[in-house]
Write a protein that binds this ligand. Structure first.
Ligand SMILES: CCCCC/C=C\C/C=C\C/C=C\C=C\C(=O)SCCNC(=O)CCNC(=O)[C@H](O)C(C)(C)COP(=O)(O)OP(=O)(O)OC[C@H]1O[C@@H](n2cnc3c(N)ncnc32)[C@H](O)[C@@H]1OP(=O)(O)O
Ligand SMILES: Cc1cc2nc3c(=O)[nH]c(=O)nc-3n(C[C@H](O)[C@H](O)[C@H](O)COP(=O)(O)OP(=O)(O)OC[C@H]3O[C@@H](n4cnc5c(N)ncnc54)[C@H](O)[C@@H]3O)c2cc1C
Length: 648
């Protein structure tokens, strides 16, 4: 599509779909006020608009042509977007919030996303003051383009078994980096394949033949002159993925690559000139970057889900299909209760996840400040909360986005709906930064320790007081006698706390019984893994309805109470349905950011679907070359055979 058409494509139309317009006229609240709450403040809304104007004045950020690009073009466009953001960040001295907001407005569709998502944060968290003084300016001025290379072809979850080695050579005061086996090559790190010239490599530290465990090292990968791989370095792209193809996730093989001793990150440990290993702080402090990204992922979960909810809700009020009564006008599909059940949980969860991310980020900021000051007291609780919430929110996002896609019928399967790409881009959130089942277990491990404390009356962590307040009575005793009770948030909180108490203590009991029966701890853990993972998982009415078993199989709700909750859930959906459009409008997503013919603000869905169809590369010619190469012969043969048959 020519640049001019591209500009026309996203320009908001004065003609708004009448159904959509009517929904907006009947809003029961001030949409702009809610937008300010979602942005954080009126000033943050203003700031977002400024950044939207800045980004969307650049053709590369309006990329309608994206739908039919080859991978190399997609990668190069992602590089160009990265460079634009980096240049603006340096020129306008953006802080982390501005950079993160700009990345979001670019749909994180930037090849070198790891520079600010992990590389710079890792230097800030894992480097000594001397190293920060040396490396941070080079990273912030983008001389060093970096990645975080931890995962290997053979290991992602089990960090203890990573095979890359860093062997100290006291003769030359250097570390020798090696990938000793095929499974030890670094595999997956973002921007590693073609973009990065430097990597933070996690490797087993070997000093005088002794393995001191996993430590981070700064490893130059490519020449700062001509970007060719340095001696001993073999690096490249691991191939196309389901989505996120602007990112050159790569492989790295190191053969006797020598780096100065000073390139070992030394905030938490060091090797002295004479080869002594010194450990400082908690040994898990080197995992700090992963905790940060898990918190970021809860923000990405909100962003993806609010995108999906906006597209599905707007399309569901524009789309009319079938009638409840013959002869009546076709219904807006959002008036079908089944459609509400598909789409409104994504809307509700979007708001819940926004608030949850904010709360988790506050905890992170507070604990991170403590850790930087040497106080690691709340690190374990932060690890538990960030693991459980990253796992739960990414899992729910993937499920609800798929439901949003299904709710858009056939058009939801078109790339121009934007929702398929959203599903595919969000899919890895259940894997990256710690696969969900593994992170749930990390949370369960911490939960079991809290139960052990509660049982003997010792104080438990602030987020787990319900382990002390809930009784272990085996009969439901929560007051839910009518629909109004189901709308009482304190009552719902009590329902969840009672269920959580039962499931968590139940898992602990099963684990304890298994161990007391003589089964070894790790076998007992594996045999009870599903219960332990469930103990680490749970949002209001819909959450209860969806997880009925846990609320009915524990002394939480009676069947009658559960039916009340179900009725209250459907009543709540009908209520939310009235304001569904204003509630998604409040996310205030620019059409370019939403990138969807189905979710565009003016609701001119059909015109936009048709306009985008014109950009299909197959439509460059009326008759595709494949006709002349293959189809014509087939037709001519068919005609010849028919003529011959008619003569018989
Ligand atoms: C649509 C929007 C999309 C936009 C997105 C754009 C791109 C998205 C794509 C990618 C995202 C970007 C980058 C991705 C990067 C990565 O994926 S980096 C690699 C991430 N890898 C992992 O997370 C590895 C997971 N594995 C682990 O963390 C550990 O191996 C595991 C925790 C599973 C086990 O730890 P380990 O030490 O081996 O054993 P233990 O379980 O015994 O733990 C020992 C104790 O240490 C405590 N602990 C573990 N981890 C932490 C931590 N991070 N912080 C604090 N404490 C930790 C653990 O609780 C144990 O303590 P106790 O002994 O119980 O007291
Ligand atoms: C888009 C994307 C970007 C990435 N970016 C980076 C990056 O920048 N840097 C980086 O270092 N890595 C990166 N990764 C790698 C990512 O961190 C790993 O994929 C992740 O840690 C999981 O490890 P794995 O793929 O080796 O799966 P494995 O650890 O082999 O696990 C495979 C499966 O086995 C099961 N499983 C494994 N262990 C357990 C257990 N203890 N209990 C129960 N079940 C278990 C789970 O079902 C899991 O899905 C990226 C991955 C993706 C997809």
């Amino acid at each position: 599509m020519a640049a001019a058409n591209r500009d026309a494509f996203w320009a908001p139309s004065s003609k708004v779909n009448p159904d959509l317009a009517r929904e907006r006229e009947s809003a029961t609240f001030d949409v702009r006020e809610l937008t300010h709450i979602i942005d954080g403040s009126p000033d943050r809304t203003k700031r977002r608009k400024e950044l939207e104007n800045l980004l969307y004045s650049e053709p590369v950020f309006r990329d309608v042509g994206r739908l039919s690009m080859e991978r190399d073009e997609i990668y190069e466009q992602g590089v160009l977007k990265s460079i634009k953001l980096f240049e603006w960040s340096r020129k306008y001295k953006w802080d982390d919030d501005d950079f993160e907001l700009a990345s979001r407005l670019a749909n994180h569709d930037i090849s070198m996303s790891l520079q600010h998502a992990m590389f710079i944060p890792a230097i800030e968290r894992l480097a000594s003051d001397t190293q920060k003084a040396k490396w941070l300016p080079r990273a912030l001025h983008y001389e060093m383009i970096g990645t975080y290379a931890q995962t290997e072809l053979g290991h992602g979850t089990n960090l203890m078994e990573l095979e890359t080695t860093a062997t100290f050579d006291p003769e030359r005061n250097e570390f020798i980096m090696n990938s000793p086996t095929v499974t030890s090559m670094k595999w997956w790190p973002g921007a590693l394949g073609k973009s990065s010239n430097t990597a933070i490599v996690l490797a087993q530290l070997i000093v005088k033949g002794k393995n001191h465990g996993l430590h981070p090292f700064l490893v130059p990968l490519r020449s700062m002159e001509d970007h060719t791989p340095l001696p001993g370095i073999s690096v490249g792209d691991i191939g196309p993925k389901m989505a996120l193809n602007c990112i050159d996730n790569g492989f790295l093989i190191m053969k006797n690559v020598r780096i100065p001793r000073e390139n070992m990150f030394m905030k938490n440990a060091e090797v002295t000139r004479d080869g002594r290993f010194i450990s400082r702080g908690v040994d898990k402090a080197n995992y700090a970057t992963m905790v940060l990204v898990r918190v970021k992922i809860t923000r990405w979960a909100f962003e993806s889900l609010s995108d999906g909810a906006t597209t599905a809700v707007r399309y569901s009020v524009v789309r009319r299909q079938s009638s409840l009564k013959p002869g009546e006008r076709e219904l807006q599909v959002l008036d079908y209760q089944s459609q509400q059940y598909k789409v409104l949980p994504a809307l509700a969860a979007s708001y819940a996840f926004l608030m949850t991310n904010r709360s988790l980020h506050r905890l992170y900021d507070s604990v991170h400040a403590d850790i930087m000051a040497g106080n690691t007291k709340l690190l374990a609780e932060l690890h538990c909360q960030s693991s459980a919430l990253k796992a739960y929110m990414s899992e729910v996002v993937v499920q609800l986005l798929e439901l949003c896609r299904q709710a858009c019928g056939g058009h939801g399967y078109l790339a121009s709906s934007g929702i398929g790409l959203l599903c595919a881009s969000s899919a890895p959130l259940v894997t990256v930064e710690g696969e969900n089942s593994v992170l749930y277990q990390q949370a369960a491990r911490y939960l079991m320790k809290q139960v052990a404390k509660a049982v003997v009356g010792d104080p438990v962590a602030s987020g787990f007081q319900y382990l002390l307040t809930q009784s272990s009575s085996d009969r439901p005793d929560i007051r839910i006698q009518n629909l109004a009770d189901c709308g009482n948030l304190d009552t719902l909180l009590q329902v969840y706390q009672r269920m959580a108490f039962s499931v968590v203590t139940g898992a602990a009991r099963k684990l304890q019984m298994a161990i007391e029966s003589g089964v070894e701890q790790h076998v007992a853990w594996n045999n009870n893994m599903v219960s332990l993972i469930q103990a680490a998982r749970f949002y209001a009415l819909h959450g209860i309805a969806k997880e009925a078993g846990y609320f009915l199989a524990t002394p939480t709700l009676t069947p009658d109470q559960f039916e009340l909750v179900r009725a209250a859930e459907l009543q709540a959906m009908a209520k939310v349905r009235h304001d569904a459009v204003p509630l998604v409008d409040a996310f205030d997503l620019h059409d370019i950011c939403l990138h969807s013919a189905l979710g565009c603000y003016d609701g001119n869905v059909y015109e936009r679907l048709y306009a985008l169809a014109q950009t299909s590369s197959l439509n460059k010619t009326q008759v595709h070359p494949a006709y002349y190469k293959h189809i014509r012969g087939l037709v001519k043969d068919g005609q010849k055979q028919l003529r011959q048959q008619s003569k018989l």
